[in-house]
Design a protein around this ligand. Structure first.
Ligand code: COA
Length: 368
């Protein structure tokens, strides 16, 4: 069997239209535009409308990625949705996406590695392809963290934003694509960044609501120190394991958490900031969605081209961190244009009919 390489062949992003600026936040909590910009680099972030959710943003980003890859949703073998703000505790948000986009033969599951999740998901999808188990994988990072933020807590509410980004990963015999990855964790720091309520440790109750356990809790200073250390380490390790050096890297796309963390990492790597993608000023920290969103913008700005070596590096709750080195590709050659969006009508009808069939079966069995 010829070796399979895992190429990124499609990409897409979906962010809500609604913008929340630092000036808006200064009317809600005791903060200022000047403080937020100087400590984080963030000017504004996007906030989901009431009718938008992690699954709807994920599905939109996924469809856009399929459009770029020119891949029919029915061809997908696997959908991984990385998220820390899932639609529900279960079912998995990935299953809702599978139904929405009409990916009839795909497995679907969520991955929770917080802001590092997209790097984990890329590697998982790529490994499944390299083992020849699957050919076409959709990985999505999607968040509506605005639903988990305490809008009275100035330590956290200034940081986060909503959005989604997606990659299509496909098998090809052409060398390139995902070259290496390093994934790490340290659960001893789990309490530094968490949402403690609503799970099995602190089930939702009047008391858990009263104590605010359903909100994001964070020790900002500790997370900051951890982040600056691991971003450098993980980048170096993934480059070394591909037998390359920083000189071979055309672009670094870091998790968009804080301008100061990114600059400290670039200094630590002795790497010029003009080869580091930053767009957190307009989106804030969208957690696992930040890397695919930044990637889409890098491509639009012509900063990432086929053949380039790009490192994506992230850190987050868990604690988790990781990096992946990708030789950038682009859509695989194709004979005819497909339109993933055109099958949406069929997907909705199929979903409706499946629900109807279950209801009828339920009634019939109930009579027996
Ligand atoms: N506006 C104004 N003042 C604020 C503030 C805000 N939004 N948030 C905190 N402050 C105050 C603090 O109360 C503190 O006041 P004090 O000295 O009187 O106690 C002061 O500013 C400094 O707080 P500190 O926490 O030391 O600030 P900092 O320079 O570490 O910046 C963060 C705070 C949160 C921006 C920074 O620690 C950070 O970005 N950490 C990483 C967080 C992160 O990336 N999380 C997501 C990981 S995926």
């Amino acid at each position: 069997m010829s070796p399979s390489y895992a190429h990124i062949t499609g990409w897409g992003m979906a962010v809500p239209d609604k913008i929340l600026t630092n000036h808006d936040l200064a009317k809600m909590v005791d903060t200022s535009d000047e403080w937020i910009v100087s400590r984080t680099g963030i000017h504004e972030r996007r906030i989901a409308r009431a009718d938008q959710s992690t699954a709807s943003l994920a599905a939109e980003a996924g469809l856009r990625a399929l459009q770029v890859a020119n891949l029919h949703p029915g061809e997908l073998d696997m959908i991984i949705v990385s998220t820390s703000s899932p639609e529900y505790i279960f079912p998995a948000t990935a299953c809702l996406v599978q139904d929405r986009i009409g990916a009839g033969k795909a497995s679907a599951f969520d991955l929770l590695a917080a802001c590092t999740g997209f790097v984990y998901a890329i590697n998982l999808g790529a490994q499944a392809i390299k083992s020849s188990a699957v050919k076409n994988v959709l990985v999505i990072g999607s968040e509506t963290l605005s639903r988990l933020v305490n809008w009275k807590d100035r330590n956290t509410c200034i940081l986060f934003g909503d959005g989604a980004g997606a990659f299509v990963i496909q098998a090809s015999e052409e060398p390139g694509g995902v070259l290496s990855a390093v994934l790490r964790s340290d659960g001893s720091g789990g309490d530094l960044l968490s949402v403690p309520g609503g799970g099995s440790r602190h089930p939702a109750s009047m008391q858990s609501l009263y104590d605010g356990l359903h909100y994001i809790q964070m020790n900002g200073r500790e997370v900051f120190r951890f982040a600056t250390r691991v971003m450098v380490e993980a980048t170096q390790q993934t480059i070394e394991s591909a037998n390359l050096t920083m000189d071979d890297i055309q672009l670094v796309i870091p998790h968009q958490a804080n301008q100061r963390i990114i600059e400290a990492a670039a200094r630590g790597l002795d790497y010029p900031m003009d080869k580091v993608m930053v767009n957190l000023d307009r989106f804030g920290n969208t957690s696992t969605a930040s890397i695919p969103i930044a990637t889409v913008e890098a491509i639009e700005q012509n900063r990432l081209k086929p053949g380039d070596n790009v490192v994506m590096v992230a850190f987050g709750s868990g604690l988790t961190w990781g990096a992946t080195l990708i030789q950038w590709s682009g859509p695989l050659p194709y004979r005819r244009k497909v339109s993933p969006r055109k099958v949406q009508w069929f997907a909705r009808t199929r979903s409706l009919l499946a629900r109807l069939r279950r209801r009828i079966e339920g009634i019939l069995w109930g009579r027996e």
